[in-house]
Design a protein around this ligand. Structure first.
Ligand SMILES: C[S@@+](CC[C@H](N)C(=O)[O-])C[C@H]1O[C@@H](n2cnc3c(N)ncnc32)[C@H](O)[C@@H]1O
Length: 201
């Protein structure tokens, strides 16, 4: 692969096509892309909604960084942070970030619960806790997973979002919406709500 560093035109080709983008990852990560990483056309819509100039967006459970990297490419005037509990995925994300030369992204290895949501303006959530309640949906067998953990994380995410001020935006993808607290208005959605946009009133 040839990629001229720092040249947005040259990386543009990878952001037009999920197959081309996913192939940039090591095989073990690209193989699970369809099930676990945000498709590019969804990332573009979320970037349009959340990626206002000067705003800082947190991806809660950023996986191999596909959403953050794509959104950062589509919305270069915003900045994006991904927090991810699996170290190997954070490494894949930062490796690809360097390769694509994207500056407005940061990846953090850790649990979203250890972050201060006050450091961020808007939030993206692609049903990060689902593997706790669905064995078929697991990325690997490295984490302790359980129904109780699903509820614990969802309750805490709801509490953390409830503490954010009016104007906070959230985009959810394939979420059950249980993480969205009272006070957030559903302002737009697609399909049966598979992609939903929320604003705190
Ligand atoms: C469905 S994937 C989405 C990845 C990324 N947002 C994207 O769309 O490309 C959800 C990710 O959340 C991570 N995750 C699950 N629970 C987490 C937690 N408590 N804190 C941080 N990351 C978590 C998982 O390891 C997984 O990589």
């Amino acid at each position: 692969m040839h990629l001229v560093e720092g040249n947005k035109m040259n990386r543009e080709q990878y952001f037009k096509n999920d197959v081309a983008f996913d192939a940039l990852y090591p095989p073990a990560i690209s193989e699970v892309a369809e099930q676990h990483w945000t498709p590019l056309h969804i990332a573009r819509q979320v970037a349009d909604f959340l990626g206002d100039e000067g705003k800082h967006v947190l991806d809660i459970g950023s996986g191999a960084g596909k959403f953050c990297l794509a959104a950062a490419h589509y919305a270069p005037m915003a900045s994006f942070t991904g927090v991810e509990v699996r170290k190997k995925l954070v490494k894949a994300a930062t490796d690809l970030q360097k390769q694509l030369v994207i500056d407005n992204v940061t990846f953090i290895h850790g649990n979203f619960m250890d972050l201060h949501f006050a450091d961020y303006d808007h939030f993206y959530f692609y049903n990060a806790f689902y593997e706790n309640i669905n064995e078929q949906g697991r990325i690997d067998n490295e984490l302790p997973l359980s129904d109780a953990m699903f509820e614990y994380y969802a309750d805490n995410l709801s509490r953390m979002l409830s503490e954010r001020p009016a104007g906070t935006k959230v985009a959810t993808y394939h979420s059950f919406h249980g993480e969205i607290p009272t006070g957030y208005e559903r302002v737009a959605w697609q399909g049966g709500g598979e992609l939903t946009f929320w604003v705190r009133r």
